[in-house]
Design a protein around this ligand. Structure first.
Ligand SMILES: [Mg+2]
Length: 165
C-alpha cells in the first residue's frame, strides 16, 4: 500500500461514542484496538475518565474484545488498561504496524476481525492500515494536547483536506 492510501481511514467518527458497534459486528468485526490519548480519554491522562469506562463497558456488553494500543510509556498505559480491565500493548511504535500485530496476537484475533480506532492520522491510521485492520479515525477527545502533537496537526489537516475526510 502506498503511504498516501495508508493515511486515509476506512471510517471517520466524531467521537468513540458515535461509533456504530452494530455496523462493525455486521462487518464481522468483534475486536477494538484502541488508542488512549485523545481517543478513549484526555491526552496524557494518568487515569481513565467516566467516558473511558462508559465506552469500554458499551463495547464489552456487545461482545467486543479490546486492547489498548499505545505508544506511551508502559507504566502509564498499563495502569490505565488495568483500571479498564483490558489488555494493553505499550511502546506500540505506531505508525509502524507491529503494535497492532502484537495486539492481534495477544487477543488471538485475525486482522479481519479487528478495528483500530485513534485520533491521529500519522500514528493510528497508518499503523492500522498497514496492519490490514479496519481503520477508524476519531476526532480528538478534547482540544488540549501535548506540544509535539500540536506541531503535527497542520500537516494532518493538509492530508485531510487533500483526501477529503
Ligand atoms: Mg492519540
Amino acid at each position: 500500500m502506498n503511504i498516501f492510501k495508508a493515511m486515509v481511514p476506512d471510517k471517520v467518527i466524531r467521537s468513540l461514542d458515535d461509533l456504530d458497534l452494530g455496523e462493525l459486528k455486521a462487518r464481522g468485526i468483534d475486536c477494538l484496538l484502541l488508542d488512549f490519548d485523545n481517543t478513549l480519554g484526555p491526552d496524557h491522562a494518568t487515569e481513565p475518565t467516566e467516558f473511558s469506562y462508559k465506552m469500554v463497558k458499551k463495547a464489552r456488553d456487545m461482545g467486543f474484545d479490546m486492547c489498548l494500543v499505545s505508544n506511551a510509556k508502559s507504566g502509564r498505559s498499563e495502569g490505565i488498561a488495568k483500571k479498564l480491565d483490558i489488555p494493553c500493548v505499550t511502546y506500540a511504535h505506531k505508525p509502524r504496524p507491529d503494535g497492532v500485530n502484537r495486539a492481534l496476537a495477544l487477543l488471538g484475533k485475525d486482522k479481519s476481525k479487528a478495528a483500530m480506532v485513534g485520533d491521529q492520522v500519522f500514528t493510528d491510521v497508518i499503523a492500522g492500515r498497514y496492519a490490514g485492520v479496519y481503520t477508524i479515525f476519531s476526532e480528538k477527545y478534547e482540544k488540549r494536547e501535548i506540544w509535539y502533537i500540536v506541531l503535527k496537526r497542520p500537516f494532518e489537516k493538509l492530508v485531510r483536506l487533500i483526501a477529503g475526510f
